[in-house]
Design a protein around this ligand. Structure first.
Ligand code: ATP
Ligand code: MG
Ligand code: ZN
Length: 494
């Protein structure tokens, strides 16, 4: 007796189809599982055995072979349980005729027959729709997230015995649409908390308005980390496609899709001890790293010089391409990682900064530190600013609220959208795509002579000037805009 059931494996953030075949025949009772299963998948046999018995089904005292195809794809995790159980049930005729026709299944079994959540059901539902399945059976807890995108039916199940209702009139109904969590899963801190620091505020506003990367250096306790963590509060909300992309990543990583549904941009701040694989993604099977979790949002590297050199070096290609390609012997996976880089650092090893008068570092070590500061990422950072301690007299008054700043950011983005007729922010444009007048051209040439502006630096100034002009609601880039852009890209005091 033979049956085959469709399920999915998650590779990176994408779902790959896997066929579970079960062959049940007379012979010494045994249960073999083949097709490159990892330890968790092999243990599936014990869960299936107990779950069947505890759900009023019969576990056949026969020779059972379950095969997961394609055999060269490594199968990891407990998410194949439900499909394996369904294949055994179908092969032993314990489900109504046609119950499994054109359906895919994914879920982990508990010993008592209840079904536990598995990561990646959003991508699985998309893949099931693409493959023309009638429906996909998912753990009840994953129903709403799977239903975000699917063109096919979604059948949420809580217990194994509910498989008997598949295809019948009392099939569990499609779950209701996922409503955004009130507050988007917790409050976002507000920039009103940041006192003084006008230059830093302006830098954040420009970064948010054009999607520019930003490096802030300054003495300890000046408010750098505090400011960076408040960037999400002034960023534009995720667009519909961006929200799905962010939700797909969250789902595949077993995280809540709530913030993405609430259109909130991800904000990731990995500690500087993070490994290269932890940051970029890696392992076997490959798992997404922090850059992918930051997809469509912000990657904040606090204490930038403390990160490993190789780790920072590995960031270059993902920053450039917006994807990470992980190549394994048998396959390659591509992980999305379009993120905005924000970094913070102290100006020198002792932290006080060479200009403070209290710096105890020798000039050579300051230079080495500065080289490391930007080193690998120098060409990728648009705005590079130095801040000093806040003026303590400014602490009596709250700063401008995030809501007010965000209004200006949104207006500036709107101008960019209208001009580029797409969703690209200024930071993603090439300099050739930005119009500049003859006067500005001359100004940049002079700046090149005076300040040693490189060809790449010129492009960066043009992009930044465009964003400053957009914040100014100006049609053309003017001299004042370029002036500010030149200041923003240089690491200068105030
Ligand atoms: N400009 C500011 N406005 C309001 N509070 C501030 C400001 N600067 C610092 N603080 C207070 O000091 C604390 C430390 O600030 P923060 O962690 O942002 O400093 P930092 O610049 O990142 O320092 P470090 O270089 O040591 O990381 C903040 O949590 C806040 O309470
Ligand atoms: Mg800090
Ligand atoms: Zn120092």
């Amino acid at each position: 007796m033979l049956a085959a059931v469709r399920t999915f494996a998650i590779l990176g953030v994408e779902a790959r189809e896997v066929l579970v075949e079960a062959d049940v025949r007379n012979g010494l009772p045994s249960f073999a599982l083949v097709g490159l299963p990892d330890a968790a998948v092999r243990e599936s046999r014990e869960r299936v055995r107990a779950a069947l018995a505890n759900s009023g089904f019969e576990f056949p005292q026969m020779r059972i072979t379950a095969n997961l195809a394609p055999a060269d794809l490594r199968k990891a995790g407990p998410g194949f349980d439900l499909a394996i159980a369904a294949a055994v049930l179908a092969a032993t005729k314990q489900l109504p005729e046609g119950a499994l026709a054109d359906v895919a299944l994914a879920g982990e079994l508990a010993l008592d027959g209840s079904i536990r959540a598995v990561p990646g059901t959003l991508a699985m539902a998309e893949a099931a729709s693409r493959a023309g399945a009638r429906a996909i059976v998912v753990p009840a807890a994953c129903g709403p997230e799977a239903a975000l995108v699917a063109g096919c039916g979604i059948v949420p199940v809580e217990r194994l015995e509910q498989l008997q209702r598949l295809g019948g009139e009392d099939e569990p109904p499609r779950p209701p649409a996922l409503s955004p969590p009130p507050n988007g899963d917790g409050p976002v801190p507000d920039l009103a908390d940041l006192r003084g620091q006008p230059a830093l505020r302006r830098g954040l506003e420009v970064a948010a308005a054009g999607g520019h990367s930003l490096l802030v250096s300054g003495p300890p306790g000046a408010g750098k980390s505090m400011a960076a963590r408040r960037l999400p509060s002034i960023l534009p909300p995720l667009g519909p496609d961006e929200a799905i992309a962010a939700a797909r990543v969250a789902s595949a990583c077993g995280r809540s899709v709530g913030p993405a549904v609430a259109r909130r941009r991800p904000f990731r701040a990995p500690h500087h001890t993070v490994s290269t694989a932890g940051l970029i993604g890696g392992g076997n099977p490959p798992r997404p790293g922090e850059v992918t979790l930051a997809h469509q949002g912000v990657l904040f590297l606090d204490e930038l010089p403390e990160f490993g050199r190789d780790t920072l070096e590995a960031l270059r290609q993902p920053l450039e391409d917006g994807t990470v390609l992980l190549v394994r012997a048998r396959y390659a996976i591509e992980l999305p990682c379009r993120f905005q880089l924000i970094a913070a650092a102290n100006p020198c090893p002792c932290g006080t900064g060479p200009r403070s008068g209290q710096c105890s570092c020798d000039p050579a070590s300051v230079r080495a530190y500065e080289a490391k500061l930007t080193g690998a990422l120098a060409d990728r950072i648009d705005i590079s600013m130095a801040v000093e301690q806040p003026d303590l007299s400014s602490f009596t008054e709250a700063g401008e609220s995030s809501a007010a700043i965000r209004d200006r950011v949104l207006a500036a983005r709107e101008r960019q959208r209208a001009r580029s007729r797409g969703d690209r922010a200024n930071a993603q444009l090439t300099p050739a795509e930005i119009e500049i007048g003859a006067e500005i051209e001359r100004m940049l040439a002079d700046a090149g002579l005076a300040a040693g502006l490189s060809g790449r630096g010129r492009g960066r100034v043009i992009r930044l000037a465009r964003t400053v002009a957009d914040l100014d609601q100006a049609e053309a880039i003017e001299v004042a805009h370029v002036d500010e852009a030149l200041t923003l890209r240089r690491r200068e005091s105030r």
